[in-house]
Each structure stands twice: as C-alpha cells, then as structure tokens.
Design a protein around this ligand. Structure first.
Ligand code: C2E
Ligand code: CA
Ligand code: CA
Length: 424
C-alpha cells in the first residue's frame, strides 16, 4: 500500500484547510469529528459538524476552485486523504451525463450559498455558476435518443468480415460487425455509436438486433457455403456481446429461444466477449458462459492480450477460442516484442486446447508468419474489410484458397470495401 492510501491522525485543534486555500485533496473521516466553518463579519460561523464515514473538501477539487470553508479537527481524528488525482481519474472516465449532474448540483449549491450571503434583492443578480460539461452531456443524450429510435427503425445492420483457416486457406466463418445506416450521415462505424450505447442498456438492444439479423443471415450464408464446400467450411457467425448483456438474466434464455424456434444449430454461433468485460464478477460470468456453452454456443475471448486477465482466471472460463487483439498482429513481421507476445499466447492457447484467431491481419507476410507459428485462424483487411451480406455471399461463392496471393496485388493498401478479389 502506498503512503497516499494510508490513514493519518490529526489531533484536536488542527486546521486541515482554510477558506480560500487552493484545494488539492479531500478527506474521509475514519474516526473523530471535524467542524466546517465559514467566515462572516470577521467571525468563524459553524456550518457543519462531521463524523466517521463523512467526506469533506471534495467540492474544491471537483470544481477546481478555492476552498469555500475552513475545516478544523474538534475531536482527535483518523483521516483518509483522497488526492485530487484519484477523483479526477474517475471523473474523466465517468458517463458525461453523470458529470453534468454533478456539475449542476455543485453549481446550484455554490450559487445558492452566494445568494443567501448577498441577501435580497441582490441575490437575483447572481447567475448560476458555469457548467463546463453540459454541452457534452446534451450531445450524449441526443445521440442516445437517436440510437434508440434508429433501433426501432432497424437502421442497424451487420456487415460481415471473413475469418480464414490458415492451414487450408478455406473460409471458416464471419464476424458480424454492426453498421448504422444513418438517414443523413450514411453508413456509420461502431465507434460512432457503440461507446454511447454501452453507457446504458441500449447496448443490449443493439446486441439483440445484431443477433436477430445474424441468425437470419446465417441460413443464407450456410446455403452459399454448401455450394462451394470444397473451398469453404460451413461457416459460423461471431456476434459481439458485452458484460451488460450477460448481466441481464433473460439473455441466455433469449438465445436459447432463438435457436429452438429457428432450427439453427447453436454451434454455428460464436459469441465474442472482450477480455476486459470478463474481469469483474467472475463467478456470475462463469455461470452464464457455462449455460451458453451447454447450449452448444461457442465463446471467444475478444481483444485478447489487452485486458491483463490472470491465467488462473482464464483457465476457469468455459471459452472455446482466443482472438488476439490486432494491436499485436499488424506489422508483426517488423515488431519483435509483438512476435514474442504472440508466440507466448499461442503456446498458452495450445496448453488450454483453444484455437486462436489473429485479428488485424493486413499483409501476406502477417498471414505467412502466423501460419508458420501455428496460429489457426486469421481475420483482417488482407482478406477483406467487413462487407454487406450480399458481398459476403458473393465472397463465399467464389472463394478459392489458391488465389489468396493475388489479393495483395489488387489491394495494396487494404482499404477498398470490396477488397476481396473474389468479390465482383
Ligand atoms: P472488434 O470486435 O475488435 O472488431 C474488429 C474490428 O477491427 C472491426 O472494426 C474491423 O473492421 C476491424 N478490423 C478488422 N481487420 C482489421 C485490419 O486488418 N486492420 C484494421 N485497422 N482494422 C481491422 P469495426 O467494424 O469498426 O468495429 C469496431 C468495434 O466495434 C468492434 O471491435 C466491436 O468491439 C464493436 N462492435 C461492432 N459491432 C458490434 C456489436 O454488434 N455489438 C457490440 N457490443 N460491439 C460491436
Ligand atoms: Ca469482436
Ligand atoms: Ca477484437
């Protein structure tokens, strides 16, 4: 434990801070009492007496302003010092709407104090203190409302990115990646809507629309595979889910119902969940994933290598695939530390009996290195960007492992939406 997290003692009579001091920390009272006073007409007037479990001094650091009161120990105290940095790091990560709420409460509180002090009629002239986060929060709320109505209007549609077996060159499956067909802005990528949706249960509505669309499309994708069975293994579809989906008790039942109603085989579906969402509430997550595995659904850990999950944690989860994050893969032939990391992950996966999908494969050299290092599957712009269903079907029909080398010449920067050479 570092010094900043330790408690300290403060004897009766100690002044912890004075009105107009710069605020660099807050305090939590573990034991003892603190009196908060303000100066009025040259005298200290008591405004509060605080005891164990209470926090003080937080306002100055949240709103980066001077202390508005003096804090004095009136009964020997044990205090816990909370650094401004500890608050600020949390505030930065906070939902902008909650930041706005804190801003509004603080601003109203400070303005009310000033108005009381000024007394009538002057109090009317004191305007509400500025609230820096309001416009950002308003934008967030507007986007959330827009996403909610876009879900109702079915504007979210999955694109499909192929996943290739490196040993055979056969097309093995697809990852479904949502796109927003926005009536004004055109096709929008997930970075424009997933982060906002993840703040609320809108993300579960997006997961549900992706699952529904993918299960409908799966039938067509499988049919197309059967027509080119020599070059394509009957495809699975991967859908991204989040910790929030698993938190909903109905989630597993909904998936179960979807499969029993549709006559789809559950092993055609893979659910991808990021390594970082697996880090909390391990017992509950293990239970939920086990129920999904019991249905026959495959579970992949997404963005593996970025979430610092412990090996013992990982070994306890009923997962069927590891997806190595693309930050380790792109330019792997040039990057020695990444090569070492990937080799270690491959060894680990082998020990656990899990196949690996390498994400972000963007050159034939990446693919060759991964194949040479016993990585089973690859996904990335080298093969194709995510494409609409019609193009995914065309890709399946004309997929030919023998032609993969040609893709590079046709698609040197890997940025064309119809990047796969098999797509007309
Ligand atoms: P992800 O699950 O890691 O998906 C892979 C992302 O990497 C996709 O971006 C894909 O286009 C991109 N990618 C694939 N190969 C390459 C490559 O070679 N180079 C580069 N630079 N990028 C590559 P996309 O489609 O923009 O999706 C971004 C993220 O949005 C996804 O990351 C996933 O976390 C999230 N997402 C997408 N659809 C859904 C969804 O239905 N539900 C949830 N919860 N998240 C989704
Ligand atoms: Ca994914
Ligand atoms: Ca990923």
């Amino acid at each position: 434990m570092t010094a900043e997290f330790q408690n300290f003692r403060a004897p009766r009579g100690q002044v912890l801070f004075r009105e107009q001091d710069e605020g660099d920390c807050a305090y939590a009272i573990v034991a003892g009492q603190v009196e908060i006073t303000v100066e009025r007409n040259g005298k200290q007037v008591s405004v509060a007496t605080l005891g164990p479990g209470e926090i003080f001094g937080e306002m100055a650091i949240i709103s980066s302003s001077k202390r508005t009161a003096t804090a004095t120990v009136i009964d020997d105290c044990v205090l816990h010092r909370i650094e401004a940095r500890q608050f600020n790091q949390r505030i930065e990560k906070m939902d902008p709407v909650m930041r706005m709420v804190i801003d509004v409460i603080l601003s109203r509180f400070r303005t009310t104090l000033q108005r009381i002090e000024a007394g009538p009629p002057a109090f009317r002239e004191i305007a509400l203190a500025p609230m820096p986060y309001v416009s950002q929060a308003m934008e967030h709320l507007r986007l959330e409302n827009e996403i909610a109505s876009a879900v109702r209007e079915q504007q979210f549609v999955p694109f499909y990115q192929p996943i290739i077996c490196l040993k055979t060159g056969k097309l093995a499956g697809f990852e479904a990646l949502l796109r927003w067909h926005h009536p004004v802005h055109g096709v929008l990528s997930p970075d424009r809507f997933i982060p906002a949706a993840e703040q609320t249960d809108l993300i579960s509505q997006l997961t549900a629309s992706c699952l529904l669309a993918a299960s409908n499309d799966l039938r067509e994708l499988r049919m197309a595979c059967l027509n080119n069975i020599e070059h394509v293994t009957p495809a699975f579809v991967s859908v991204n889910i989040t910790g929030r989906d698993l938190e909903r008790t109905e989630f597993v039942y909904e998936i179960e119902a979807m499969f029993s109603a549709d006559g789809l085989s559950p092993d055609m579906l893979k659910l991808e969940i990021t390594e970082s969402s697996l880090m909390t509430n391990l017992d509950k997550i293990r239970e939920d994933l086990s129920r999904l595995r019991a249905l026959g659904i495959q579970i992949a850990i997404d963005d593996f290598g970025t979430g610092y999950s412990s090996m013992s944690h990982l070994a306890k989860l009923p997962v069927s695939t590891l997806k190595i994050d693309r930050s380790f893969i792109t330019d792997i032939t040039e990057n020695l530390p990444n090569r070492k990391i990937v080799k270690t992950i491959v060894r680990l996966a082998r020990e656990l009996g899990l196949p690996i999908i390498a994400e972000g494969v963007s050159s034939p050299a990446d693919a060759a290195w991964l194949a040479g290092n016993k990585c089973e599957f690859a996904q990335g712009f080298y093969y194709s960007q995510p494409v609409p269903l019609s193009q995914a079907l065309a890709m399946i029909r004309s997929w030919d492992p023998a032609q993969q080398e040609l893709a590079v010449g046709n698609n040197p920067d890997g940025l064309d939406l119809t990047a796969n050479r098999n797509v007309a």
